[in-house]
Design a protein around this ligand. Sequence first.
Ligand code: SF4
Length: 386
Amino acid sequence: MSKKGSIDVMTGQRLTGLEQKGVSRRDFLKFCTAMAATMGMPLSMADLIAETVGSAKRPPVIWLHFQECTGCTESLLRATHPSIEHLILDLISLDYSETLNAAAGHQVEEVLHNSVKENEGKFILVCEGSVPTNDGGIYCKIGGSTALDIIKDIGPKAAAVVAIGSCASWGGVQSAAPNPTGAKGINQILTDTTIINLPGCPASPYNLLSTILYYLTLKKLPELDAMGRPKFAYGRLVHENCERRPHFDAGRFAEEFGDDGHRQGWCLYKLGCKGPETYANCPIQLYGDVGSNAWPVGTGHPCFGCTEKGVGFTKPIHQQATVFTVTPPATYPDIVEEKTTGGWTIGGAAIAGAAAGAAVTAGIKVAKSLSEQETKDNQTSEKEKS
Ligand code: SF4
């Protein structure tokens, strides 16, 4: 007899909730394969991920909202297919979220403080929004306390802290000059704590899901870059994986919105695209599940660098980006195999990511038709063979 809310990957019985939402067990396993590729794991790790989803003890999660628009939570909840938020909410025990709490007022504040007390050192803290620091932090108060006091109190008691969205990662739009509230990212407040930054405006729900799956599957945090971002998601420039890159290399640029070049899908560099200086997996992971061009550049809008501190909300959209890589380098670094757990390598992340790009695309559309999936799987096989 299946338990409520759990998943049996062997029989499919515990996938009932997903199946009711149009996600078959077969689709689910494909999704796990895509997640393995996203995280730089061998595709064989998909079974372990599926098993983790089915059996992992759901970690308590406290989700705090500070100075922000709630766009990250809303984009997670409003995904066009039901599996992503279903998977995330199935994987965790969401003890407190100001957006999703059914209760309100003193009652819910009590829930928050009880959960922190009972789960000290064990819960995952997800923070959405920046923290205003000017004038004692009075520009954001919840339940009578400033965001500044709340994060200083609760942050150090968490097992892991995830800053979701650009606001929580480095201040976001609130920190744009002249930054009247003194908005800061979580890592500027909790300076002694490792913060996992998942910037984006809004952040990709798939990067949150991958991070949670990574933590639950391997029992450790993913490798982070210098900005505190998981390398598996933010290890490459947008420019490196952009479908318009051949036009950039050939010197074919849209000169203005709506001109012939723009209509023909040429490079958006001259329209201010910040892809050449922005690290994110948007071109591979896509966004919003509304088709193969479901990301800003795919729809004809320049990347504005929302995942990159010092670029998004800082450089004007019309300003052309700094291009780090125009011509291929004369020498190349060695491929280093960095052994971690279970025989897979972080160093393989880029290779796996490139080879499985089509698989990722297929995986994030698990609720869509099987015929679509089959097509993408075939593309994946061909890529992996080559
Ligand atoms: Fe793509 Fe922008 Fe780079 Fe052009 S400049 S190839 S549109 S990321």
